[in-house]
Design a protein around this ligand. Structure first.
Ligand code: DP6
Length: 290
């Protein structure tokens, strides 16, 4: 009743921001991401009939408080869905360069979903595993796959899952480390604010649907400039929306890196920026330009 699983971090090129169902973690829109081959989480789940509650260790440190509660509530959902009668000891290790600002719930909940079901001898197919990972963290639904993945918004638990789209092996992502401090407002709390702003929400949903369709076309056509352009303007829109709901993640240093990226691009090198719920800027390019 023990299993170790590994999942990699992913970065969205068309972002997930906002939920239509908080309890089941269903997103407002579909999204599309690139899974990074270098950064991952490895998690072992060991069920033990003698335990009276879960235990969580991250990088060998026992975790209590809010972070523990999030994981044990997630394990309660897994137990309920699959009739698992036991609590577990969970050991999780993050193989992300320290301070890279990438420690991510995407790889964490994807690895946990896989380990938690395999440890009980359950063989979920990738779609169902993706739905299960989504219950822990939306972005985790996409970390079940390598390369490019799409997360279909769906309308209930089993129709909201991610699928592998394709691999584009010459893509590269550079992480510009700007800020190592924990976020002031976590992404779940920040994105839920969108529900209080109906006009903004409508703008975001319509624009994201367009960006998602355009991005899929650009990927099919293998048009890197278009892929980068869509990712960049979509990330900027997300940060405008976030700002309008009273949260700001980007700092002066983020804007400097964004300006520099545009400058380098104007000199003929294909580089495009994207940012998530933090100040760090990720630059999408092709391997030969890294
Ligand atoms: C900006 O997946 O962390 O990275 O589902 O509430 O856990 P929860 O949110 P989370 O949000 C990720 C937001 C994002 C964009 C993305 O990865 O699509």
């Amino acid at each position: 009743m023990k299993h170790t699983a590994k999942a990699n971090v992913n970065i969205a090129l068309v972002k997930y921001w906002g939920k239509k169902d908080i309890e089941w973690n269903l997103p407002l829109t579909s999204s599309l991401s690139l899974t990074l081959d270098a950064f991952y989480t490895e998690t072992t789940v060991a069920y033990d009939p003698k335990l009276t509650q879960d235990q969580l260790f991250i990088d060998d440190v026992e975790i209590t408080g809010g972070e523990f509660l999030r994981v044990s509530k997630y394990m309660d959902k897994v137990r309920k869905l699959y009739n698992i009668p036991y609590y577990a000891v969970i050991h999780s290790y993050n193989f992300v360069p320290k301070k890279a600002g990438l420690a991510s719930s995407s790889s964490a909940f994807a690895a946990l979903a896989y380990a938690a079901t395999k440890a009980y001898n359950l063989e979920l197919d990738k779609k169902e595993l993706s739905s299960l990972a989504r219950l822990g963290s939306g972005s985790a639904s996409r970390s079940i796959y390598e390369g490019l993945a799409v997360w279909h918004e769906g309308s209930d638990h089993l129709t909201s899952y991610a699928e592998h789209l394709t691999n584009m092996d010459d893509l590269a992502l550079i992480v510009c480390l700007i800020d190592e401090s924990p976020k002031k407002v976590n992404s779940t709390e920040a994105m839920n604010r969108l529900n209080d702003y109906p006009d903004l929400k409508e703008l975001w949903v319509l624009s994201t649907k367009d960006a998602f369709n355009d991005m899929k076309d650009a990927i099919i056509e293998n048009d890197f400039e278009r892929i980068g352009g869509i990712a960049e303007s979509h990330a900027s829109l997300m940060h405008y929306i976030i700002q309008e709901t009273g949260v700001s993640y980007l700092t002066d240093a983020s804007f400097k890196v964004m300006d520099l990226t545009e400058k380098i691009r104007n000199e003929g090198i294909p580089v495009y920026y994207t940012m998530d719920a933090g100040a760090n800027v990720k630059i999408l390019t092709k391997k030969k330009y890294v």
